[in-house]
Design a protein around this ligand. Structure first.
Ligand code: HEC
Length: 138
């Protein structure tokens, strides 16, 4: 029943399926939430860990260790690089270890295609960035 398969494959699941095979390791549940913390738990914790320390359950299976997201400010002279992190999440970053370059999925297009309103994608990326900023080690 191809039709049945197609209709169940809507939303973020379908978007993920079009990506590289490594992305399939990520268990994806659709959430309509735009809350940064909730989004992080749902989409990021599997690799980066619920605390953002980079020790999620999928981390061991990755070729490149997920970044410790609580140290971003520390590694940037104590200043949290909002734009850089947003670009990282979007997958538009030029830095060598940008999202989507290796084991990190490209979230920008996924979040944009999650619902009818594409602007919400940017809201999600922004709220995630703010959440990551809130968990920085001093
Ligand atoms: C499949 C595992 C995986 C998932 C899921 C994942 N990441 Fe990552 N992330 C990585 C890896 C691996 C890196 C290290 C950079 C690289 O090689 O791509 C990384 C790097 C990053 C960086 C760059 C950190 C820096 O110092 O510049 C940010 C920011 C980030 N992830 C945020 C997120 C957010 C937000 C989510 C959820 C929307 C997420 N990640 C989901 C694996 C993952």
């Amino acid at each position: 029943m191809i039709l049945g398969l197609l209709t169940t494959g809507s939303g973020i699941g379908a978007a993920l399926a079009q990506q590289t095979p490594t992305v399939k390791k990520v268990p994806v549940h659709s959430t309509s939430s735009v809350d940064g913390k909730e989004l992080f738990r749902e989409y990021c914790a599997v690799c980066h860990g619920t605390t953002g320390k980079g020790n999620g359950p999928a981390a061991a299976a990755l070729k490149v260790a997920p970044s410790d997201l609580t140290l971003v400010a520390k590694q940037n002279n104590g200043k949290f690089p909002v734009m850089k992190i947003q670009h990282s999440i979007n997958g538009e970053s030029n830095v060598p270890l940008a999202h989507g370059s290796k084991d990190m999925p490209v979230w920008g297009s996924l979040f944009r295609h999650m619902g009818a309103n594409e602007d919400l994608g940017q809201v999600r990326v922004y709220n995630l960035t703010k959440y990551i900023e809130s968990i920085q080690e001093k």
